[in-house]
Ligand binder design. Structure first.
Ligand SMILES: Nc1ncnc2c1ncn2[C@@H]1O[C@H](COP(=O)(O)OP(=O)(O)OP(=O)(O)O)[C@@H](O)[C@H]1O
Length: 260
């Protein structure tokens, strides 16, 4: 984990999002650092997924600014943010069942293609080289997450746990610096949870910043270097997992909501 005085990779400054009169996210300021597992937690409806949607450009902010590597990325479209190094997975795996495992990951890699779709269309040699590089990169990623033996299997035939891992592998296709994981452990059995936890730890050890939304408190407490707690769209507490877990305001917000 990097020290808190290193420059932030991602910084939210007074970020807000309103849906009509509802303030889903209000004046949220937080910093996420490289090589760190940072959890964003809070009761249902606290604004966690909305915050993710603001960071990766699915939703425009209503207020505030978002910085990534020091650059103001507020208002950037999803594809530009992806190319800049922000990737995410979704609450429920969003895979195309008819695609094979390797095709799925290659799809994720296309965003980082050097030539871009138009130029490569007019340059057959360049396109072939690029496809080869993408294939090699996808195989590498599947080896990294341990799915390489299933690379020719259709996504539809994978177990739920493997589908989760495949979604993560696809997100790695752009070589992200920041990976947003939305409830990546939801629905997994203890063995699968430990497996995915090991992968996440490895990504952080390799220098990636991980921001994760998770309801499984044991997972959060064991995994995270830092925890930010949202409640009614605002930051309620932030700090080390053990400090946040013993914070009376957090306990109060969560009464009856802790999920074992
Ligand atoms: N597109 C939308 N239109 C209107 N209201 C929305 C929209 N998206 C989210 N909200 C509202 O914003 C608030 C925050 O929702 P959000 O999904 O971000 O919470 P969350 O912390 O991710 O919840 P959960 O843990 O249940 O997934 C909720 O009151 C929700 O109903």
């Amino acid at each position: 984990m990097t020290a808190d005085n290193t420059p932030a990779l991602l910084e939210l400054i007074n970020v807000g999002k309103s849906f009509g009169g509802l303030h889903a996210v209000r004046e949220v300021s937080m910093q996420v650092r490289a090589a760190t597992i940072h959890a964003l937690i809070g009761p249902n409806g606290a604004g966690k997924t909305t915050t993710f949607n603001l960071i990766n450009g699915i939703l425009p902010v209503s207020a505030g600014r978002i910085l990534f590597q020091g650059a103001d990325i507020t208002g950037w479209p999803v594809h530009r943010l992806a190319a800049a190094g922000i990737a995410r997975t979704f609450q429920t795996p969003q895979l195309f069942d008819e695609m094979t495992v390797i095709e799925t990951v290659m799809c994720g890699c296309h965003l980082r293609g050097r030539l871009g779709p138009l130029r490569s269309m007019f340059s057959l040699g360049g396109k072939r080289l690029e496809e080869r590089a993408i294939l090699d990169h996808a195989v590498e990623l599947l080896q990294r997450v341990g799915l390489h033996e299933l690379m020719d299997e259709k996504a539809a035939n994978l177990s739920y746990g493997h589908r989760r891992v495949l979604e993560v592998a696809r997100a790695l296709g752009t070589n992200p610096k920041l990976l947003l994981l939305d409830e990546v452990a939801a629905g997994l059995n203890p063995t699968e949870t430990q497996y995915i936890a090991g992968l996440i730890r490895q990504f952080a050890a390799d220098g990636m910043a991980i921001l994760l939304v998770e309801h499984d408190m044991r997972f959060v407490m064991e995994m995270s270097h830092k925890v930010t707690v949202l409640n009614f769209g605002e930051i309620l507490a932030e700090g080390l997992p053990e400090d946040v877990a013993s914070d009376p305001s957090v306990i109060e917000a969560y009464i009856g909501n802790w999920e074992e």
